[in-house]
Every structure is written in structure tokens, then in C-alpha cells.
Design a protein around this ligand. Sequence first.
Ligand code: F6P
Length: 385
Amino acid sequence: MIERAAGRGNVLQNSAHWRLVMSQRKKICINTGGGDAPGLNAVIEAVTMAAYNRGWEVYGIKSGYTGLLNTEEIIHLTPDKVDGIASIGGTILGSTNKGNPFMMPVCNVAGECEQRDLSDKVLANFRRLGFDALVAVGGDGSLDIAHRFAAKGMPVIGVPKTIDNDIGGTVISFGFDTAVSIATEAIDRLHSTARSHDRVMVVEVMGRNAGFIAINSGISGNADVILIPEIPFDINNVCEKLMENELRGHKYAIVVVAEGAVPMGGDVITKRDPELGRQHVILGGMAEHVAKEISLRTGKDTRSMVLGHLQRGGSPTTFDRLLSLRFGAAAVRAIEEGKFDMMVALRSPEIVLVPLEEALSIQKRVLINSDTVLTGRDLGICFGD
Ligand code: F6P
């Protein structure tokens, strides 16, 4: 019996089909970089399962690219490790927005730091560990790093992640739908408290230099005023709109402000980053500024609030969950087809591959003549211009 079974095994293992399967076996890895976004775990689950079902091995790299510098913490991803994680927020692999191996801050014992290019070490570790491909899940910063590694010979496939929705080449990045849903729910809740006190509530949402979260949540949440980076605002126009409302008996108002909104002839408001070596500025404070100006100019009782990281937390919406699963599975199919230096992208209804270079060359912003902006104007929403 045993002999017969072993014999069958040998026949199978000597067959052309088995040799083909073995020759196509791959060992791939995945990392998640930049700010977290709902859907990251769903991408990890899909990549793991799609690879596992092809007989491949999958490894999770911790904390963006830094896990390829210090390789002790690399995790072997198996179905039991990813079972059911698609519905959970955050990333089981951890993330960082300070881990650019091409400009890594290296500090001595005296605390003096300098930026060094450690990309060769990352590439050497990738090759030493026998990886055939990296699935790089991230925003424009992480995808730019992925593209630079592709230029050095690393087979890389990118997956677009950001709540800001500012990555070019794709209709939408995962995480955005969840952030908009959270912001819309918050705005809905602000209506009743604003109405009860005849107050102006000014709410600041994320998005960096793109106004997608603000405009989508603002229109859906029935805001009176929406201020986005793409349309510089004049505070006089905002106050005029609120006073017009008042005359019509609408005594409370909701003002949605993107963190990157700019006054005409002015600039964004930024906060100082206390951490050394930080590459990007932290935006924030425009809602408070706008609220003070409204209160001063109209005498209305006004409050401001910042939604902040609530927009990135918790379970992904069904849309984000499915998009992330589709992106992850498509990334594995791209590896199977030998297509690298590309990004999976949504061109509704299809998932397609876009060269990373092309995606990175586009700074996606709200188009001021887009249907969404026109819809807002038709609804009587003021954009401050
Ligand atoms: O890019 C995503 C994002 O949440 C932006 O909307 C926001 O400006 C930034 O990250 C905040 O970064 P951090 O988590 O480092 O404060």
C-alpha cells in the first residue's frame, strides 16, 4: 500500500506537470509603508491566499522597508495567520513613514544624525533571502521607493493605499471610502448639536493637499461651506454665505475644512514635527483659524474640531475591503505574469496594471470643474471663492 502510494508520488513527481509546478513556485514578500489605511490587512490576506493557492511562499516584511534592513522579524505568512484579518483595521505588519532606505537617518551615540543611502543593503537582503518579488503597499512616498528599487533590479509590484485618494493612475485608492464614511458620519452628528445651539461648527478633515475627503464627506453630509486646497477661499465669502443663511432662518451651519485648505493669497497651516529627520510637514489648524475668523466677523457662536486619525481607524467599509482583496489578488496575478515596476489600479469596473512611473507622475487633485464640484455648487454649497 505504502509502496504503491510512494510509487504514485514518484510518477506524479516525475510528471511534466509537477516539474512545471515546481519551476513556477515562487517566494514573495509584502510590506506596508506610510500612514496606515483601512484595507491594508485585506491586501495582506489576499496576497497570502492567492500565493498559497499557487503553491508559493509568502513573507511579511515588518515596518515598511526597514524590515528588509533588520531581517530578524520577517514573518512567514500562512492561511492561519491571515484568516479573517480583512475586516480588521491597521496592518499586522506595522508601518512607518520614516523608513526611506534611500535617505535613512543614522544616528551616532552622541545623537548626531545623518541621512544615508542604505538601499543596496535592502536589495542584498532581498536577494539573500531568495525573494522573487515584493508587493509594496503604500502611498506616493512608498510607491516612489518601490519604483526606485525596481530601477535597481528588484521585481516590485505596487498597491495604491491612502485615505487621501491622491495617487494617480487609479480611480480610487483603498482606505479613501472608509475615511469619507467616517467623516460623513461625524458631520451628520454635528448637525444636531449645531442646530440645538444655533452654532457654526467647523470640522477639519484629512487629505493633505487634496480635497477629496472634504468634498465627498461635505456634500454627502449636507455642509453649508466646504473649503478645499484646490479652491483658495476668501473668508469674506464664507461669512457672507453664513449671514445669508441666517437671514433665511437657517441659524446654524456646518463648515468642512480640508487640512490643506488655503486662503486666497495665503498658505497652508502646518504644525512643527517634534521628531528628528521627519520628511513631511504635518498639516493642521485651518479649522481653528477659520472658526476664529467667523466668530470675529459674524459674532456667531462658533466651535472647531479636528477629526484627525479617527478617519484612518477601524474596519474598512465593504467597498474598501473588496477593493483591497481585488488589489492583492491582482498583484499576485501580475507577479505570475512577470509584470513588474507596475501598480494595480482601478479603472472601473476593471483592475488594471499601470506603470509605476506613470502613476507617480500624476498629482491627483479635485478638478475644479468636476461633476462633484458642480454638484456642490448646484446644491448651494459655498466653496469660499
Ligand atoms: O496621508 C494620510 C494622512 O492621514 C494625511 O491625510 C495626513 O495629513 C497625514 O497622513 C498624517 O500623518 P501622521 O499620521 O504622520 O500624523
